[in-house]
Design a protein around this ligand. Structure first.
Ligand code: ADP
Length: 174
């Protein structure tokens, strides 16, 4: 197929294809570190899809629907950014979206060790996908979702770490 051929060998048609990147993650919550990766990624890609992975085995602090709405609010003036939740292998979801790039952020060597393995597996599953890593901006390197969750859980204000007005987690279960 010409489409696949041009993708694999970087032929002329691929130059005219929209460059869509999938930025996958848990985003529990989405932080200013994540926002920085998206804003810098917009200089490289035509469209960025923020994909919030559903993980049935992992309870979330901020429910998916709430986090989707908050992230959409943060990018309401940025038409090249979409937010979608998914329940599939990241590589399968990227192929379904027509995304040839996965966008990830690297803060330190621990991130690198983890990301290295994941990116190899993603190319095994979807050989045309390339993972693009952006090194975190130094002032945002200490921010992680797990630290933000802990601060919030114990009543510490976290507004300066997230790109939207923070809310209490919406509890749906009774
Ligand atoms: P996951 O559960 O897949 O690790 P996260 O929501 O924790 O998802 O992170 C998504 C991506 O954002 C990962 O590539 C992670 O390394 C990156 N990331 C997280 N925090 C930051 C930050 N402060 N600066 C840059 N990248 C970050």
């Amino acid at each position: 197929m010409l489409f696949r051929f041009s993708l694999r060998f970087g032929g002329p048609i691929s130059l005219f294809m929209k460059r869509i990147a999938l930025f996958p993650g848990s985003f529990d919550p989405f932080t200013k570190g994540h926002e920085d990766i998206v804003l810098r990624g917009l200089k490289l890609f035509d469209e960025i899809v923020i994909g919030i992975g559903r993980n049935a085995n992992k309870a979330r602090y901020f429910p998916l629907e709430q986090m989707t709405r908050l992230i959409e609010g943060a990018f309401r003036n940025e038409p090249a950014v979409r937010v979608i939740t998914y329940d599939d292998l990241t590589a399968h979801f990227a192929r379904e979206l027509g995304a040839r790039f996965l966008l990830r952020g690297l803060r330190n060597t621990t991130d690198f060790e983890y990301e290295n393995g994941i990116s190899q597996v993603n190319r095994y599953v979807y050989e045309d996908v390339e993972t693009v890593f952006l090194i975190t901006s130094p002032h945002l390197a200490p921010i992680s979702s797990s630290i933000i969750r802990d601060l919030h859980r114990y009543g510490q204000a976290i507004d300066e770490f997230v790109p939207y007005p923070m809310e209490e987690p919406v509890r749906t279960e009774v």
